[in-house]
Design a protein around this ligand. Sequence first.
Ligand code: FES
Length: 177
Amino acid sequence: MTDVQTRTDAEESQAGRTGGTPTRRGVLVGAGALGATAVLAACGTDGSGTNPNGTDFDSDPAPAGSTTAGGGTGDGGGDSGGSGGAVLVSAAEVTVGGGVITDNLVVTQPTEGQFKAFSKICTHQGCEVSEIKDGQIICRCHNSFFSIKDGAPTSGPAQQPLSETKVKLDGDNVVPA
Ligand code: FES
């Protein structure tokens, strides 16, 4: 007589669930599930910031030879030898009695050789000024006008002057003082 397997898949599955004699399939499925769980646990991040050695990732020093380990040789980026900062604008671009709106400032030249700079943020409600005309810095949001001499409001709803940044002429350029 030959040994014939008589269990169906459903019977094997049932036997695995009910605690009966484990089948080969049940054992393999179970082992696979355990393996997947172990892999997931090994790959998972628990947010604690520690590695399996118990050290804190966040406070680990950079590896030897790293440029971020504090041993850099940079000189700190010195610029124009005491001019006080980067060039704001070429003086030639700033007309007498007018000005230029740069990335952050309004640079004006009320009288020849006298340079001023003001914040370009309007003191009324924070729009950026957008125009310089007839000796006035103008915010078109609500039509506030400011003097190019001192940033004082001259008409419109703004009540406070534009904040001033001290500048000076350095060669052909206007730079922070
Ligand atoms: S924000 Fe400039 S006038 Fe109102």
